[in-house]
Design a protein around this ligand. Sequence first.
Ligand code: FMN
Length: 370
Amino acid sequence: MNHANVTTSASRKDDHVRLATEQADARQQPGDFDDVTFMHHALAAADFDSVTTETQIFDGSWGSPIYINAMTGGSASTGRINESLARVVAETGTAIASGSMSHLLKDEASASTFTSLRKLNPNGFVFANLSANATVAEARRVVDAVEANALQIHINSAQEIVMPEGDRSFGHWTENIAAIVTAVGVPVVVKEVGFGLSAETVAQLAALGVRYVDVSGRGGTNFAAIENARRDQNDYAALLSWGQSTANCLVDVAETAERESVTVLASGGVRGPLDVAKALSLGSVAVGVAGGFLHVLQREGEAALIAEIHRWNAQLRAIQALTGAARPSDLLRSDLLITGGVAEFARLRGIDITHYAQRGAHKRRSLHDG
Ligand SMILES: Cc1cc2nc3c(=O)[nH]c(=O)nc-3n(C[C@H](O)[C@H](O)[C@H](O)COP(=O)(O)O)c2cc1C
């Protein structure tokens, strides 16, 4: 064990939490989800009692499509955050992803900073998490450690480039991902960390055997800003606006994901239950939140985060009722108006977005004719 490396990766994690918490709270910021609005149909509302947030995913079901995305573990203080998050998800029935578990591979003594996610949350849905540098044996080791229901593999080239001590070789990632997907024995989600996945990337991942992606786009936690703040020379401020927003990613990947039978999850700058509904309506089956929930936990505590998650679930259900979506997947039939920067992005990418605004048209026409 290289002591210097172990210390570096634990203190890096503490830096990430500190700097992410110092970043402006994405829940208060304007973002690309503002370019996406639901068409209001005044007779579309469903009876509240007929509406559920239950979500079919990974050959099972979650009580809600909202999950807490990968953040912490590895150091003493982020181990305490994982314990808090584990109690929160056990109480609210929310799925959760561990932060990168590479530290556990370097230092067995740090295992308990991750395993609390399972010990304090025995019946919950837990994702293990590693980078695409991982081998199959390493992937199996972290899945076993938290008895994970699924594994997230993060691909974060933009973060590594700005990170002062970041990786500089990426060519082996595709080979590693293909090997892990084949051999790890649980579903694998390949995710970004806030710079977004493109249609081309999703097609490449599908060819490697990947069946699940989390687009994790720009708009919330900004790892270019976080890593740049950790630099004392060679400022990378030029890359602070790198990447595609989550709304742009969802519009971009929709057709490819459908063609390749890839299930899409979304995260990155999701500010509240209305953004969750928009992300679901744009084609994702589940929606992750990282920095926004960390802000609540760090500033207001566990009880506040529990209340916040209950509020998001209740309001998602209310928005579903308003649009007549008995289940989250029914939001795929809602009429969505896409304007502004997201519409301009779609135009440049050659994507027709008019169909999003007319998805209920068939239903209304047949009612009229019939
Ligand atoms: C403090 C912090 C640490 C993170 N660590 C990881 C990580 O270890 N592995 C990973 O895949 N993503 C990590 N992420 C990225 C999130 O999972 C997510 O993809 C990204 O923050 C965008 O979501 P957000 O805008 O809701 O924060 C981290 C995010 C935060 C805020």
